[in-house]
Design a protein around this ligand. Structure first.
Ligand code: PEP
Ligand code: MN
Length: 368
């Protein structure tokens, strides 16, 4: 099975959410029946939230942290989700969790970062879900390994799960970082490129690790066109039994969400479409000029290659390369171009020239 075979049905089909961003909110952990009831009361009245999260089984990095209440919390969820008419989602890490959650009528499950890293665990969950048509959210693995993340979708898809959503929660780093988990936005963007049908939502709580960072991460998620958010939300965050620093207060949730600006996927009216088209036509023209000039440059590179081959001169000339880079950066600066951009582009151009000239020199040797 190739990556392109992963099939995922958009969540607007199975959550009545139209074009709104998919929103999941709720506490890191289910702590008591009262806590869950208060969360459901406020978030169901808010009307923007599609699913309530609450960790029942909590895989923790170190022992002696709160590991969740386990099956004891399930009957509370069963009652509260039916009473308030808002579905819950819980984290599952093994087959037994899947069975117990399904028995309790929980119809949305998520796989945590500590589980996605282990193909045996993901396979066990996929097997426990065979023949069950429910949505599964998959957080990225702890480490920045896109293949492992994709592998989890493939395993679930193979056992018939096609309501899949990715959750980007950032990646663990050894060094201290502003964020608790480094966002490495290029990884979820690459996932989107590889699996264009898959919706990806962002978990600003586990990326940020601190309340003050959450809004910035959430806004970035919308700016980059991701499909929604999972935000840890607690009635009394500072007293939370797990992740107290990164939860939004339940009563502040509406203000938190309302401050974010969502972006449309494209322009809808004719005037904007025409303007965009005109600008894109201009970009196309400039790109063709760049390509023509690059082809011209290549011809000269070839001529120099022949000359070096004939006269036995080395292909790579350090001084010339340093001089080119410095000169192009200075020239680029007059047009407001960033030094780093010029360095990246000219490195690529210079490497391609070296490759071309190497081929020419080798051919000369063979012909000689
Ligand atoms: C969680 O969602 O509370 C959690 C443990 O997250 P993660 O799997 O992303 O670490
Ligand atoms: Mn958490």
């Amino acid at each position: 099975m190739s990556v392109a075979d992963v099939h995922s049905e958009p969540s607007r089909n199975w959550l009545s959410r139209g074009d709104e961003p998919l929103l999941i909110a709720g506490p890191c952990s289910a702590e008591s029946e009262e806590q869950l009831e208060e969360v459901a009361k406020v978030l169901s009245a808010n009307g923007k939230v599609h699913l309530i999260r609450a960790g029942v089984w909590k895989p923790r990095t170190r022992p002696n942290s709160f590991e969740g209440l386990g099956a004891k919390a399930l009957p509370w969820i069963t009652r509260i989700q039916s009473e308030y008419g808002i579905p819950f989602t819980v984290e599952v890490a093994k087959a037994e969790h899947v069975e117990q959650a399904l028995k309790a009528g929980i119809k949305h499950l998520w796989i945590g970062a500590r589980t996605t890293v282990n193909p045996f665990s993901v396979q066990e969950i996929a097997d426990a879900l065979r023949g069950v048509d429910i949505p599964v959210f998959v957080k990225n693995p702890l480490n920045p390994d896109l293949q492992l993340w994709i592998g989890a979708f493939e395993r679930l898809n193979k056992t018939g799960i096609d309501k899949l959503v990715a959750i980007h929660r950032g990646f663990n780093t050894y060094q201290d970082h502003v964020f608790r988990n480094s966002p490495n936005w290029e990884i979820p963007i690459e996932l989107k490129t590889k699996l264009p049908d898959l919706e990806i939502i962002v978990d600003p709580s586990h990326i940020g690790g601190k309340r003050s960072l959450l809004a910035g991460v959430a806004q970035k998620a919308f700016d980059l066109g991701f499909d929604g958010l999972m935000v840890e939300t607690h009635p009394n965050p500072d007293k939370a039994l797990s992740d107290p620093k990164q939860q939004v207060s339940l009563h502040g949730f509406d203000a938190f969400i309302s401050q974010l600006q969502t972006r449309r996927e494209g322009f809808e009216d004719a005037v904007s479409i025409n303007k965009l088209q005109r600008l894109r036509d201009l970009i196309d023209e400039v790109d063709y000029i760049l390509l023509e000039q690059l082809a011209k440059r290549n011809q000269i590179v070839k001529e120099i290659g022949e000359y070096k081959a004939d006269s036995g001169v080395a292909i790579f000339q350090l001084e010339r390369w340093i001089e080119i880079l410095k000169d192009r950066q200075q020239y680029g600066e007059t047009g407001g171009l960033d030094e780093q951009l010029i360095r990246d582009i000219w490195k690529a151009i210079h490497n391609a020239s070296i490759r071309l000239q190497t081929e020419i020199v080798q051919k000369h040797k063979l012909d000689a």
